[in-house]
Every structure is written in C-alpha cells, then in structure tokens.
Design a protein around this ligand. Structure first.
Ligand SMILES: Cc1cc2nc3c(=O)[nH]c(=O)nc-3n(C[C@H](O)[C@H](O)[C@H](O)COP(=O)(O)OP(=O)(O)OC[C@H]3O[C@@H](n4cnc5c(N)ncnc54)[C@H](O)[C@@H]3O)c2cc1C
Length: 359
C-alpha cells in the first residue's frame, strides 16, 4: 500500500491513523486546527465502541480517563422520576481526553497541524494545501467532519439540512456535583417536549451537562457568544427542578459550546476515485443516536481491514462501503425516530427511553 493522506485529526482521523500505524502502512495526517486546540464535548460509547477502542489504545489508560455509567434516569423538568434503566458497558469520556489518548501512539512527524486541505478541481482525485501545493499521496482518507468541504466539493448535488435540534454543551470542574451524580446518567425532559437537560460524570472532578432544544421553538441569537448562551440557559432553566437550575446558575461557562446539528438528506457514496470518506464526513449522525464515535471507530477498523486484504484500492473502498452503509442507514433511521419523539410532548412519547441507537 502506497502513501495515504488522512485529512482531519478528529476521532475518525486519529483512529484510522492508529490502525494504519499498527499495520505499518505509510500515512500522514493533515489537521486544520492548532495542536493544543482540544475543545469539545464528551461522548457516550456503547459496548461496541469500547471494544473497537480497546484494539488501538490501552484499556487501562482509557478507563482511567472516563467513567462507566450504571443507570439512566429520566425525569420530568420538575424532578419527578419517569423511568429508570440499568446501563451495561456504557462509557463516557471527554473529547479532549479521547483525542489525547488517540494521539499518543502517532509519531509527531506524521501529523501536520494548521494545514487546511482542499480538493483540486483540475486534477481528479488530488488534494492540495492552502498554499496550492499538491498533497503527495496515492490514497486520501477524508475525515474532516459533518460539514466536510471536500465532500461538498466532490458531491455538489448533496442536500445538507439543519436538524430541528441544537445542543448547548458544557464541561465543568466540580467534585461535589460529580460525587452527587454517582454513576447515573440523569436526563430531565420538559413536559411540552423539545427541551431536555442531561448531566453525567466524566471523572471524579469533571461533569458534562447539555441542553437539547427544538430550535424552532427556542430561538437562540446568531452570535452565540458565551454571554448569550449563559443568558439563554439562565432564562430557560430558571423554573426547572432545583438540581438543574442550581447547576445551570452555578456553572462556569468557559467551556460552553453551541452545536448546530446537520444531516444529509441522502447519503453520498462513501468514495470517489482515490478519495474515501469516514466518520461524520461520510455520514453525519444526529447526536441522539450516541453512535458518532462508535461508527467512526468501526469505519476505521473496516476500511483498514480492506486496505490490507484487497489488492486494489477500488475493491477495498467498495467492500468498505458495502459493509458500513446498511448499519449507518439504520442509525440514521433510529436518529430520526428519536428526534421525532423528542419534539413531542412527554405524554405522547412512546418509544425506547434510551438516548442511544442500537442496530
Ligand atoms: C452535540 C453533539 C454531541 C455528540 N455526542 C456524541 C455522543 O455522545 N456519542 C458519540 O459517539 N458521538 C457524539 N457526537 C458525534 C461525534 O462528535 C462525531 O461523530 C465523532 O466525533 C466523529 O467525528 P469525526 O472525527 O468524523 O469529525 P470531527 O470530530 O468533526 O473532526 C473533523 C476534524 O477535521 C478537521 N478539519 C475540518 N476540515 C478540514 C480541512 N479542510 N483540512 C484539514 N482538517 C480539517 C477539524 O478541525 C476536525 O479536527 C456528537 C456530536 C455533536 C455535534
């Protein structure tokens, strides 16, 4: 296998780099951000995600950085318990911790930061840097996220839609709140639907909370500065259960972030010529599925498997797409069902209470 360019050092880019490193394939990663930009939220990983991660990182190191959740508790926004479910092998970890762990076994010389990569409109299948220089590679693995510029340039007819749900995510340091949560994943739901507050412990002193809101009902200012997000949280959650309102009011907002969620009306092929897409770049998933990271890991595993076993890359890409697409389509369908439930008033919600899509 000749030289591989990996575009993007998010979870997909870094996980495939770990597999390529393990199999001693020649690659280089190009990442737009600065090296120490580790912003981001946290991820829920079901069993399959943990299993795939454990193939490329030391499970002991991994498990020290996150937390296994034992129980999912669903509340009304006034604090009444609506349902409870035991969780088995559901792990939560911050994005920054996972990025750090995945970066550890990649030699420094194999990642270039602050390098934005674009497709070349003149030479088919070629990528170029910002300064116009071509990337020296035979195969490009594109993992540049849900709004992939390379994908949009190649599949010009694709239709990207804004999902009727946004998330405000925050990570705070607080030992007392972390201890009070134990290993529970607590999620509060407004009885009119379209608004939730979820909270879980990432480690002994770190807590992640997030609000999911129907963006047609709860408008948020376009600027989305820290102050406007804080104001929104204070206003909207003021009369919720004291557990929620006190956390909202007592939080530091330094790490707060607004996620706008996008989906493709229809999936594109996962490859074109010598360019192949993995992770969110191939298939943005609605966060309700909690399958983004696990799917990225499975894409990386499957693509590497075929890059090794197949003589030519087009066969490898074809087999990778054939294996991964049906499962992704299931998660997309499940995500839409979960979104539909979320938008309904609580008394009309009927389906599974778990915020995870299983195939
Ligand atoms: C609010 C929210 C909550 C989520 N919660 C969960 C969850 O609980 N569980 C879960 O499994 N998943 C979750 N996800 C999904 C998850 O974040 C992604 O699916 C997962 O991180 C895989 O991302 P990725 O590596 O494919 O893309 P990204 O994480 O977007 O990484 C893309 C990388 O490419 C870089 N890049 C972009 N353009 C270029 C370019 N032109 N050149 C070079 N580099 C470039 C970016 O800087 C970035 O580092 C959530 C997503 C959102 C939005």
């Amino acid at each position: 296998m000749n030289k591989i360019a990996v575009v993007g050092a998010g979870i997909s880019g870094l996980s495939i780099a770990n597999y390529l490193e393990k199999h001693q394939l020649d690659y280089h990663i190009y990442e737009r951000r600065k090296k120490d930009d580790l912003t981001g939220h946290g991820f829920l990983l079901p069993k399959e995600g943990i299993e795939h991660l454990s193939q490329i990182v030391d499970p002991d190191v991994l498990f020290k950085q996150g937390n296994f959740l034992k129980k999912y508790i669903q509340y009304s926004h006034k604090g009444k318990i609506l349902a409870e479910k035991d969780l088995h092998d559901v792990f939560v970890i911050s994005r920054s911790s996972l990025i750090k762990i995945l970066t550890q076994s990649i030699p420094a010389g194999k990642i270039s930061y602050e390098e934005t990569i674009m497709p070349c409109s003149i030479q088919k299948g070629k990528l170029k840097k910002q300064d116009g220089a071509y990337i020296d590679s035979d195969v490009a693995i594109v993992s540049d996220g849900s709004k992939s510029r390379i994908r949009r340039e190649i599949f010009k007819d694709e239709i990207m839609k804004i999902v009727q749900e946004n998330e405000i995510v925050n990570i705070i340091k607080c030992k007392d709140i972390a201890a009070s949560l134990e290993d529970n994943f607590m999620k509060y739901h407004h009885e009119d639907g379209g608004l939730t507050f979820g909270i879980l412990k990432l480690s002994e002193d770190t807590v992640l909370w997030y609000s999911q809101f129907d963006n047609e009902k709860y408008k948020i200012s376009e600027q989305c500065s820290v102050d406007s997000l804080k104001k929104y949280m204070f206003e909207v959650f003021d009369d919720w259960d004291p557990m929620v309102s006190s956390i909202v009011k007592g939080s530091n907002y330094e790490n707060v972030h607004l996620w706008r969620v996008y989906e493709l009306e229809k999936l594109n092929p996962f490859y074109k010529d010598n360019i192949v897409f993995i992770g969110d770049a191939a298939h943005p998933l609605i966060p309700f599925t909690s399958q983004g990271v696990t799917s990225a890991l499975k894409d990386s595993f499957t693509l590497t498997k075929y890059l090794i076993s197949e003589k030519n890359t087009s066969d490898a890409f074809r087999k990778y797409e054939a294996e991964r697409k049906p499962e992704i389509e299931t998660h997309i369908r499940n995500g839409r069902i979960l979104l539909d439930q979320f938008l309904k008033p609580l008394n009309q919600q009927t389906d599974s209470i778990l915020p995870i899509s299983y195939k």
